[in-house]
Design a protein around this ligand. Sequence first.
Ligand SMILES: Cc1cc2nc3c(=O)[nH]c(=O)nc-3n(C[C@H](O)[C@H](O)[C@H](O)COP(=O)(O)O)c2cc1C
Length: 344
Amino acid sequence: MSATELQAAQSESVGSGPGVAHRDRPALTEPFSIGDVEIPNRVLLAPLAGIGNWFVRLQAKRHGAGMAFSEMVSSHAIHYRNERTLTQLLAIHPDEHPVALQLFGSDPEIMREAAGRVAEAGADIVDLNMGCPVKKVRKTGAGAELLADPDLAVAVARAAVEGCDRPVTVKLRSGLVSGDRSGVGVAVRLVEEAGVSAVAFHPRSANIGHKGFPDYGLVRELVGLVDVPVIVSGGLSDAEHARFAYEESGADAVMIARGSFGNPWIFEELVGTEPEVPPRGVVRDELLWVVDRAEEHFGAERAARYLRKFYPWYLPRLGLSARDVQGLDRIDDLSLVRERIASL
Ligand SMILES: Cc1cc2nc3c(=O)[nH]c(=O)nc-3n(C[C@H](O)[C@H](O)[C@H](O)COP(=O)(O)O)c2cc1C
């Protein structure tokens, strides 16, 4: 959502702009519960494929996130005991709790087993992906495709609920194509028939991916229909947008996704005192922390490749452009990467 779109939305909304707290609305700093899991505040890190491993989640926690969701993990890969999935994607750091691990898949029996294994791996919450718009996922019947078969969606969620002793949550979209609002009805069924303990709702249809203005009114509608927490996702690019979405949707919590890229300070901004713009040294140290953790997790060679997407995210906070760091994303030797970052 652009600043202009936000402004237009704010002028249309009735008394619910940022800073205009609704009466009886809990502050984002207040705790809430999902099932038996108490979450210390209402600002959460969204699931992010290819990004949200233990150290990115830990980074969000260090900066004040109430809880982080993992990147999506294939229930089939768990079923077939894929080595990398079991050792890397299910890795949880002791300081992360409470943490939610997200699964995707469309086979209820495989989901039942995967949910149990994820709970054994230490997840406090098991989250199910019913929103992924990517073709590779949808053609297996998983992700957003489950909206096309609500009975199957309910069966998958019910199996997960039965397969583990942790609360199960679902993240889903408002529909498959523009104007389709079937996600609201599916979410209600997931709560009432499958027993899910919270719903994260991204009010954009699958066909538009991550573009366009999210319809927070649909989230508000869902909030009025279910008696479990609803988490709003979509368009939360900075603290102002996040506060706006929280008020406008009436949700119980917000989920920060792209707004966290290169900006873990967004969590502090939302739950603590407004921080000063972090000095360059702090930004450099933060990026170096990510480099160290990536090497720990992936080993040097894979870490160098994984880290390439991180560098551009941190540049604006260092007052730099892509030109200033030319070549950084082609350095494979992490000690040279560290030297280069330290000199920025
Ligand atoms: C790179 C990327 C990876 C994502 N991976 C996942 C995922 O694994 N599971 C999921 O439920 N949503 C995933 N999402 C969706 C986000 O969690 C979030 O719903 C979406 O980005 C909208 O929020 P935003 O507009 O504030 O970024 C992903 C989004 C992005 C940009």
